[in-house]
Design a protein. Structure first.
Length: 306
């Protein structure tokens, strides 16, 4: 879901053009080293041009989207999968030579012509549930994969009753171990007002004030201000993009399905939501860019439904 209602496309294209030429920020000084990655397997050649050498297909990056892990997940909530399903997916990535990258790697590739491993994958979690620390972190350590957490800053350390949220101490532990890239899911814009995602109801000043509040929270815990932004509910419009670009964000992530390519708009990047009802063969297909209807036998029914 996204909105493009407030400003013309001219504004949006101008903002995106500026973002594409912005400098890529280096990792913060003293950042923890990344975990050792599995050896990348070269991508297969796509064929041979007439009279020429074999050519590789253009590189594309799958950006996986998760929210919450729960051993008791029964498949009725699309945002919750079991730790066992998550581990099976991570094991497959590691066994097939995928290297987990972070948002700095992706920004350098998109905006500055940098290179990526042969088989990159960006593993993202939205919101900041404690299950990221409790269940995802041990699995990622086991397979040498790192993740990006898009954090809703106002929720850190809270215990609202249904789901606990991660604490700053747990965040620090994962960052110091080199397995966590921490980015923005707003400070407190993860709710609706009159049926509308509040981020798209706010004006530019309110959006920027929220980003400033999250940046202060990061800095209070020794973390550099975020440079990547995941829109709550995937809702955004031209004014949202203009505001986050003005605050120096280099990447913006939606919930639109697709793989990131060199020509992708940096502030409107697609992701691949992993649902509890997604068959394993469909997970493999969406990571590789294949068609689940072709690779799964029989074809999955509603495997990729929102």
């Amino acid at each position: 879901m996204h909105y493009m209602s407030r400003k013309g496309m001219a504004i949006l294209l101008t903002v995106l053009g500026l973002a594409a030429f912005s400098a890529v920020a280096p990792p913060p000084t003293g950042a923890a080293p990344a975990p050792s990655a599995h050896a990348a397997t070269p991508a297969p050649a796509s064929g041979r041009a007439v009279g020429g050498p074999a050519t590789a297909p253009p590189q594309r990056v799958p950006v996986l989207l998760y929210h919450h892990l729960d051993p008791g997940a029964d498949g009725t909530n699309g945002a919750i999968i079991t730790p066992a399903a998550f581990e099976a997916q991570m094991a497959w990535l590691a066994e097939h030579g995928y290297t987990a990258i972070d948002t700095r790697d992706l920004a350098a590739w998109l905006l500055a012509g940098g290179s990526l491993p042969a088989r990159p994958v960006l593993i993202t979690f939205d919101d900041g549930y404690r299950s990221v620390y409790q269940y995802a972190y041990p699995v990622l350590r086991k397979y040498g994969l790192k993740m990006t957490l898009f954090l809703t800053g106002s929720k850190v350390g809270t215990r609202p009753g249904l789901y606990d949220y991660i604490t700053w101490d747990e965040i620090r532990e994962m960052r110091e171990a080199g397995y966590l890239d921490l980015q923005s899911h707003t400070f407190n814009a993860h709710y609706f007002v009159s049926g509308q995602a509040v981020l798209t109801a706010w004006d530019r000043e309110q959006i920027r004030a929220d980003s400033a509040q999250l940046a202060r929270a990061f800095q209070e815990h020794g973390i550099a201000p975020p440079k990547a932004y995941a829109y709550p509910y995937g809702a955004y419009d031209a004014e949202v993009i203009e505001a986050i670009a003005a605050d120096g964000f280099q990447l913006g992530f939606t919930v639109a399905r697709g793989l990131v390519e060199r020509g992708s708009a940096p502030l409107m990047l697609p992701r691949l939501t992993v649902y509890p009802w997604t068959p394993f063969c469909a997970f493999q297909a969406m990571v590789t860019g294949a068609d689940p209807a072709v690779t799964c036998s029989p074809p999955p029914s509603g495997a990729l439904r929102p």
